[in-house]
Design a protein around this ligand. Structure first.
Ligand code: ADP
Ligand code: ASP
Ligand code: MG
Length: 453
């Protein structure tokens, strides 16, 4: 059985026309497994509703829930009008029933959140996952209206995780045990349709895999099934040399290695969730990034090894970064000093993006968060602490600089007279990181991109 896992993101799930397109694309595969995101904007609105409820604005929160319901009802209505089917009434009723159930649940969650006055991490996940719970069920129903044997599968039955709400870690053993139910469906001629992004903690509560987590769901499923490919269908023709929304002349990269694609995702190229490539890499499954709106274009193929002929592969960037600099007091010595700084980061579960050290000082680039104030306070024990916020981190991935002159020509001449908060480069990993003020991040990235490509 040649299995293919196909994931469709929020923009692909935008309206009845794109739903139809999704259903057309999956017809080209004998054994597809479909993973879908929530419809565009839904996850954001759900989280917004949760925050409003916690903030004593229950009415506004409930209204958001109603708006989400209405938007989905319209999609179903339009879809069934454009794709008439003898079972139309039955399908519509089943969709309406599911929407009533899920939006009813959402209202219950919002009312509870309002009552307790805070949006707990567990409740936030329960609320945020409703978008995928709805979209997967409704799309499977629309498949029936086009005579496809699509079958909704609740992701909680398969994606088992720990209880680290908001960024849950998968339980690979349990996922492998549960994956057989999909094979049974496929054997029976059905196409499973599963909501991405969410899963289930050991106590049965709902968890999520982090923002953009549907990509990760798809690769977890593909990995467990040993699928032939994991295909991320989105609104651009592959992974580009930089974010095509901001950087002119950015172009698709035909082939990438798992390593470079992971670095790109990690350093801000939003097209893939950073963990997506791990399960694929373990089983050596190619990951394809394809355009929903131009399926004939080849997109990007991500595989184990890809021969690099260019000087650089991509320019990624991310904002809302901070630079934390700690300069040791004389009494605190070398290795002990660094250990204590990193221990503080570990205690707060903060991931580091780039580091620069001397024996007596360290500068760390990491995502800004409220936790940084606490860390800065705790580090005063060992040194002078300086926290610079509103920084942007630009990362040149796959950068092969042979010498300083080349580095200077490619990068520094191109971006003058920008002041750099930090630079780090490792030749072995071919990644050059530059921290700049957030306000000039995009224009600086553009200059580097123009110089390199
Ligand atoms: P989906 O809803 O399909 O998950 P996303 O919005 O998560 O789609 O990802 C696709 C978007 O990622 C593109 O529209 C593009 O604007 C953005 N993007 C950022 N960096 C890159 C990149 N390097 N290559 C391709 N797209 C990128
Ligand atoms: N809907 C979720 C999000 O917006 C997950 C996803 O789309 O991948 O983050
Ligand atoms: Mg995405």
């Amino acid at each position: 059985m040649d299995l293919h896992v196909l994931k469709f993101g929020g923009t692909s799930m935008n309206d009845h026309k794109t739903w139809k397109q999704v259903l057309e694309i999956i017809k080209n595969y004998e054994y597809p497994i479909v993973v879908v995101s929530a419809t565009a904007k839904t996850t954001r609105q759900l989280i917004e509703a949760g925050k409003l409820a916690a903030d004593n604005k229950l009415d506004e929160a409930l209204e958001l829930g109603d708006a989400i319901k209405l938007r989905h009802l319209e999609i179903i209505q339009n879809f069934l009008e454009e794709n008439p089917h003898p079972k139309k009434t039955l399908i519509k009723e089943s969709c309406e029933k599911k929407l009533d159930e899920k939006i009813g649940l959402l209202h219950k969650f919002l009312t509870y959140t309002h009552k307790v006055g805070e949006l707990t991490p567990a409740m936030k996940d329960a609320i945020a996952s409703i978008g995928e719970q709805i979209s997967s069920y409704l799309l499977a129903q629309c498949g029936l209206a086009t005579d496809q044997l699509t079958q909704f599968v609740d992701a909680k039955k398969i994606i088992k995780t720990d209880n680290n709400y908001g960024n849950a870690f998968p339980n690979f053993g349990l996922i492998n045990q549960r994956i057989g139910s999909l094979e049974t469906l496929l054997d029976g001629g059905f196409t499973p349709v599963i909501g991405g992004f969410y899963g289930e903690a050991p106590d049965g509560t709902t968890t999520t895999l982090g923002f953009e987590g549907s990509d990760y769901s798809a690769s977890l499923i593909g990995g467990a099934l040993h699928s032939k490919s994991i295909e991320i269908w989105t609104d651009v023709s592959g992974v580009f040399t930089s974010d095509p929304r901001f950087i002119k002349d950015a172009k698709p990269i035909p082939e990438l290695s798992y390593f470079d694609a992971t670095e790109m995702a990690y350093f801000g190229s939003k097209v893939l969730h950073p963990s997506t490539l791990k399960p694929a890499q373990e089983r050596n499954i190619p990951v394809l990034v394809k355009n929903m709106f131009a399926p004939e274009e080849s997109g990007t193929r991500i595989i184990r090894e890809s021969a690099q002929t260019q000087k650089a592969l991509a320019v990624s960037f991310k904002e809302d970064m901070a630079l934390l600099t700690v300069s040791a007091y004389e009494t605190v010595m070398g290795y002990n000093f660094l250990t204590r700084v990193f221990k503080a980061l570990e205690d707060h579960r903060l991931a580091v993006d780039a580091v620069n050290t001397t024996e007596a000082s360290v500068t760390i680039a990491l995502s800004d968060s409220e936790k940084l104030d606490e860390i800065a306070k705790s580090l005063i024990e060992i040194g002078n602490v300086d926290l610079e916020r509103e920084k942007g981190l630009i990362s040149i991935i796959g950068y092969r600089s042979s010498d300083a002159t080349e580095l200077s020509n490619d990068i520094f001449d191109a971006i003058q007279p920008v002041s750099l908060g930090m630079i780090s480069y490792t030749k072995q990993k071919r990644i050059l990181n530059l921290a700049v003020d957030q306000t000039i991040m995009v224009e600086t990235a553009q200059k580097i991109h123009s110089s390199l490509f």
